[in-house]
Design a binder for this molecule. Sequence first.
Ligand SMILES: [Cu+2]
Length: 457
Amino acid sequence: MNRRNFFAGTATAVAASTVARSALGALPEPASQATAATAAPLAAANGQRYTPVVTLNGWTLPWRMNAGVKEFHLVAEPVVRELAPGMQVNMWGYNGQSPGPTIEVVEGDRVRIFVTNRLPEHTTVHWHGQRLPNGMDGVGGLTQPHIPVGKTFVYEFTARRPGTFMYHPHADEMVQMAMGMMGFWVTHPKGAHPQIAPVQRDFCFLLGAFDVDPGSRTPKVSTMTDFNLWTWNSRVFPGIDTLNVRQGDRVRIRVGNLTMTNHPIHLHGHEFTVTGTDGGPVPQGARWPEVTTDVAVGQMRQIEFIADEEGDWAIHCHKSHHAMNAMGHDVPTMIGVPHGDLAEKIRRIVPDYMAMGATGMAEMGRMEMPLPDNTLPMMSGQGPFGPLEMGGMFSVLKVRRDQPPGDYRDPGPFRHPAGSVAYAYESAPPPAPRQAPAATDGAAPSVRKPADPHTHH
Ligand SMILES: [Cu+2]
């Protein structure tokens, strides 16, 4: 992200939080975000103290106080979301983006959310994981009538427990979530909390999956498993911003999964603990170190670690197909097959035919493949040492000694200390010691077999 985009969110936030007194009886002015850049954190207000979250390639919804109630205005509407530079997708979302803005409150806050429906069909909002009156749970038909097109409904409840939550429709869910309707919700603890440590950095993102045919712009909503774009906050690598931290920071990353499969989220260079789930903080004695945590469907995981190792550390979904962009899955494997001009001959009959290279697919990270309009390469991204050969759910945790406290700007590529990068060995490899072959002149090889317990009864 560049500096200009980074602060793009701030202007919106100020504009919407200084609502004119005359407007207090009316709906809060709906804030809207025009870019997919990561917005600066929205500072706590009214004497409340917490480290605000940073929503990757997203923003936090400004609120206004109205007689002690925090008022928000969500607008469900069609949006155009840039998945990465070079690809825009027609989605449904909230307040100009998919996912919608993060809602950030403090334990005990009375919250009123106005939801205006500008979609072409009815909707509702379900506040995933919250303790609330049943009629505020947002399940269309079960706990409330659907919000008709053009209407505004009001949800009101007290944020009773601190933690990590999501919001999404409970109305024509398959379509509305496949189109990108989802958002994050964070409730900070009211004061010191025995299970919730203060952190210096707090990031959040939602896992998403979309099926957009190459050359098209609208997700196929009937797809159940065969998605071709795996997103964090409706962005794919190299469009996902990096997570920039100061060395020694305690870092929290909150991840929610609203796709139809699980995602093992893997962090390089550090161990973390899962400090919270959908159900709240994990008790201290029940935590253990991990470098990968699986986030199952409909779940949230909150991980924490001390960022004590400088560098550019990959963070990604460990399903290798999820760290790729759109590709055909019926590509024949040609590894080890010398196919010469075979692919060229087949293409005369089947114009789209593509074969995996005889030595693998890495060449595709470099190759300029002709792509349909509005389509991203299957793997892309350039690092200081060449192509990354990645896509989808992949980003980088950047740990820097000189990153100022509270500064979320991208510090650029890591400058490795001299002698600390894997290097090419230029001489002939030394002879590797090998085990001498066992004598084969009829004698049994000198291997001692363990006694088989089953022969002793
Ligand atoms: Cu995944």
